[in-house]
Design a binder for this molecule. Structure first.
Ligand SMILES: Nc1ncnc2c1ncn2[C@@H]1O[C@H](COP(=O)(O)OP(=O)(O)OP(=O)(O)O)[C@@H](O)[C@H]1O
Ligand SMILES: C[C@@](O)(CCOP(=O)(O)OP(=O)(O)O)CC(=O)O
Length: 402
């Protein structure tokens, strides 16, 4: 690498959030463009707890495009990475040709080095592909001087990634066009809209999952008639109801829809042939716990939702968090000397009443849940201004600490 590499390379670092859908995306009508068979809606989680950080550098001295993910070099020829790179370079070229690019035009002929880390387990059903591709597209756009709508490009990395381009409450409108130009994410309400909403990620397993979302939903589209019914006759109405519940901060309506939609998504997995099982016995116990907790109080105080894995994500209001966390600790007793059971936003101590314990009445499952991440709704992708945070060093390679 020549000594003057540093002067010559452009470098930008950004972070992007995870999102957890409350109306699920499952099934594509176009695999290559990643166009869904139904609209979906999610909450963007706060980056103080869960985030991807990505640095992109360009230099005349780089021989080829390269990517390192969590310290390991990955295959840059992956079609979805190629789609994102191609679309960003295409837009950059268009800006240059239109004469409105602020950039040194030579950047368009330069190769990129991309280095990315997730501060949570990759491919464990914690939506790493969503944060990962949102961060990649956002960072590339900054490097290549592109502004404006980017969710349509993030979508081509991973469908759910388009929703991570915005903070707060976000819908992905499925669109109708064959070229996908109208299949975009849109913010419904910002992260400040519902300040007492809390999100708890119950990590049941940080193992890599058995059936990935991409192949799982392909088999579902091919074999499940329940999925088609869901997409055509159930989701359109639910989207409207969910937007209304979010806008009105109606927790009971939000929570009931969230649970029903998660259950229907897992029902379509069971209706897939051969069936796909993402929930395990711990997930089922969490479902029971939530319903019994709600029944005891005669109102919906908690909602669960599960993506393509066994980890439960709980939506609740701030005032119910301490008691729920106590209940989880009681029915899933953690390892004595295990690490911190509750990570993220601090949770106050609470007493667990005998009445509630008896109402829940589950057989305890020791170590069923490894830890809980406590978080809330948060903002969309951000540029990191501090140059010491770059993941790529002055030699153009990932820093040793990455
Ligand atoms: N920081 C990142 N930058 C770029 N790509 C990433 C990043 N993190 C993850 N990915 C890509 O996403 C893949 C994991 O996606 P996968 O859909 O299997 O799991 P998931 O996103 O954790 O779960 P799900 O989306 O089903 O909730 C990785 O193998 C990698 O290709
Ligand atoms: C269950 C889900 O999390 C599925 C996410 O699927 P992906 O976005 O990971 O799939 P691809 O588009 O094939 O990359 C539901 C959701 O996030 O809406």
């Amino acid at each position: 690498m020549p000594e003057n590499t540093m002067e010559k390379h452009n470098i930008v670092t950004c972070t992007a959030p995870v999102n957890i859908a409350v109306i699920k995306y499952w099934g594509k009508r176009n695999e290559e463009l990643i166009l869904p068979i139904n609209s979906s809606l999610s909450v963007t989680l706060h980056q103080d707890q869960l985030k991807t950080t990505t640095t992109v550098a360009t230099s005349r001295s780089f021989q080829e495009d390269q990517i390192w993910l969590n310290g390991k070099e990955e295959d840059i020829t992956h079609p979805r990475l190629q789609s994102c790179l191609r679309e960003i370079r295409r837009l950059a070229r268009k800006r240059r040709n239109d004469g409105d690019s602020p950039l040194d035009p030579s950047i368009l002929s330069q190769k990129v080095h991309i280095c990315s880390v997730n501060n949570f387990p990759t491919a464990a059903g914690l939506a790493s592909s969503a944060a990962g591709f949102a961060c990649l597209v956002y960072t590339l756009a900054r490097v290549f001087g592109i502004e404006g709508e980017l969710s349509g490009i993030a979508r081509q990395g991973s469908g759910s990634a388009c929703r991570s381009m915005y903070g707060g409450f976000v819908q992905w409108i499925m669109g109708q066009k064959d070229d996908g130009k109208d299949s975009l994410a849109q913010q419904v309400e910002p992260e400040t809209h519902w300040p007492d909403l809390r999100i708890l990620v119950l990590v049941a397993s940080a193992e890599k999952k058995s059936v990935g979302s991409t192949s799982g939903m392909q088999t579902s589209v091919q074999t499940s008639c329940l999925l088609m019914h869901r997409a055509e006759s159930v989701v359109p109405g639910r989207m409207e109801e969910m937007i209304e519940a979010v806008r009105g901060k109606n927790f009971a309506a939000f929570a009931d829809l969230t649970m029903k939609d998660s259950n229907q998504f897992h029902a379509t997995c069971l209706d897939t042939y051969p069936p796909i099982f993402y929930l395990n016995s711990v997930s089922q116990q969490v479902i029971n716990l939530v319903h019994r907790f709600n029944r005891h109080y005669g109102e919906t105080r908690l909602a669960y939702t599960f993506d393509a894995g066994p980890n439960a994500v709980i939506y609740t209001l701030q005032q119910h968090v301490p008691e729920f966390v106590q209940a989880v600790q009681h029915f899933f007793p953690p390892e004595r000397n295990g690490g911190q059971f509750i990570q993220g936003l601090p949770v106050n101590q609470a007493a667990l009443s005998e009445e509630l314990k008896q109402a829940i009445a589950l057989e305890p499952m020791p170590k069923g849940i490894s830890y809980i991440i406590s978080t809330k709704a948060g903002p969309g992708p951000r540029v990191v201004e501090d140059p010491t945070q770059h993941l790529i060093g002055s030699d153009g390679m990932p820093k040793k600490t990455v």
